[in-house]
Design a protein around this ligand. Structure first.
Ligand code: PLP
Length: 427
């Protein structure tokens, strides 16, 4: 940690070369690491010494980049994963197991919703999905004796609802459980959830962090603030001995700042192997070096497009928390005063059919299952990412059948607006 501004940390945090060492982050393209004695290696397997032995668990390139992301978020430790899906799975499964319960905002990414509502339910973990706009009383009532975490997205993909961090953090902490925030859309450049009570922050680095549509990846950051020992009975995985490591207790040995990430690496990464390729970590770091510069342009373009759409006669409704009339504008001003993101969603008066007709006329925006990269793109969530949801589930997640998601890239705003204006005229 240092006291540079976030702009400087985007460029320089993480990898700090010594005298005569490479200026650029080295790609350690090696599955394994060499030791002089078996006793040296034995210490690593007992978590008695820190070091590398096999890239399925840890690799230096990944650790440099994870350290940068941890710095950007203001956390104490971080790790990279192979994808954002793996990051959210690990973040929750590191503390919630069979027989446990988790509260999640209902307004989340479709992939995360499936992960929780289908796959993790098969593992015996129960979820309650609650509106991000719930009252504190409704949120309080959702807790059960076996609740182990509260989860939400800072800006939800694609509904663009903004999470009231303090409401969710207060509820989680009153009930002695951590608050996990997926901060993919605003990135730490625009929003730092740890400052508003988040304990664990996750990312799909595939989006703005890489920013060029080049490498799928994820990240987990620990704020280092949650006191596992104070709620020891709820979190036996962190507060009782791990027999697979000769009886070490993570919360005792690695403290507040290190227990969560050490357990996640040494158990979940060891057993599931969802490591990010060091090559991808290198590409991710190139993206991070310009994140602070790019986010500003993404936000300017998002604001310009949202303003144009809001004044167009064929448009029924625009979601963009940057717009003064948006229901989440006030909350966005509080938690992300410098901007939100470059994603805008909207509904045409003609519903699903009009959305499809509009999208096929676009020339600058491409139809892609992606958001948040340098090139503008668009998607119809109800027929793609959220296809598995019922009509009721779509409504709960804030997604109507005619919703179109537009991701503003780094092109000139004038060209983006001209493209959308032309497609609206033809549709
Ligand atoms: C894309 C996305 C994910 C999943 O990340 P992948 O890298 O595609 O696995 C999770 N959360 C949010 C908010 C996302 O936008």
């Amino acid at each position: 940690m240092n006291n540079w501004s976030i702009d400087t940390n985007c460029v320089q945090a993480g990898y700090r070369p010594g005298n005569g060492e490479p200026r650029e982050v080295p790609i350690v393209q090696s599955t394994t690491f060499k030791y002089d004695t078996s006793a040296d290696m034995g210490k690593l397997f007992d978590l008695e010494a820190s070091g590398y032995f096999y890239t399925r668990l840890q690799n230096p390139t990944n650790d440099y980049v994870a350290a940068k992301i941890a710095d950007l978020e203001g956390g104490t430790a971080g790790m990279l994963t192979s994808s954002g899906q793996a990051a959210n799975f690990f973040a929750v499964f590191n503390i919630a197991n069979q027989g446990d319960h988790v509260i999640s905002s209902a307004s989340i990414y479709g992939g995360t919703y499936n992960l929780f509502n289908v796959t993790m339910r098969k593992m015996g973990i129960d979820f309650t999905f609650i509106s991000p706009d719930c009252t504190p009383e409704e949120l309080d009532k959702a807790f059960k004796p076996n609740t182990k975490a509260v989860f939400g997205e800072s800006i939800a993909n694609p509904a663009l609802t903004v999470l009231d961090f303090e409401k969710f953090a207060n509820a989680a902490h009153t009930h002695g459980v951590p608050f996990i925030v997926d901060n993919t859309f605003p990135t730490p450049v625009n929003c730092r959830p740890i400052e508003f009570g988040a304990d664990i922050v996750t990312h799909s680095t595939t989006k703005y962090m890489d920013g060029h549509g080049a490498a799928v990846g994820g990240a987990i950051v620990d704020a280092g603030k949650f006191d596992w020992m104070a709620h020891a009975d709820k979190f036996p995985g962190l507060t009782t001995p791990d027999e697979s490591y000769h009886g070490i207790t993570y919360a005792e040995k690695f403290g507040l700042g290190g227990a969560f990430i050490t357990k996640c690496t040494s158990q979940l990464m060891r057993d599931f192997g969802s490591i990010q390729a060091p090559q991808n970590a290198f590409i991710l770091n190139l993206g991070l070096e310009s994140l602070h510069v790019r986010m500003k342009r993404h936000c300017d373009n998002g604001m310009a497009l949202a303003t144009f759409l809001a004044n167009h006669p064929k448009v029924a409704h625009v979601n963009y928390p940057g717009l003064p009339g948006d229901p989440y504008h006030k909350i966005a001003e509080k938690y992300m005063p410098n901007g939100t993101c470059g994603v805008v969603s909207f509904e045409l008066k003609g519903g699903r059919a009009a959305a499809e007709a509009f999208m096929k006329e676009l020339r600058v925006f491409a139809i892609e299952t992606h958001v948040a990269d340098a090139r503008s793109c668009c998607l119809h969530p109800a027929s793609s990412t959220h296809r598995q949801m019922s009509e009721d589930e779509l409504i709960a997640a804030g997604i109507s059948a005619g919703l179109v998601r537009m991701s503003c890239g780094l092109e000139a705003a004038s060209d983006l607006i001209a493209d959308v204006a032309n497609a609206l005229d033809k549709a």
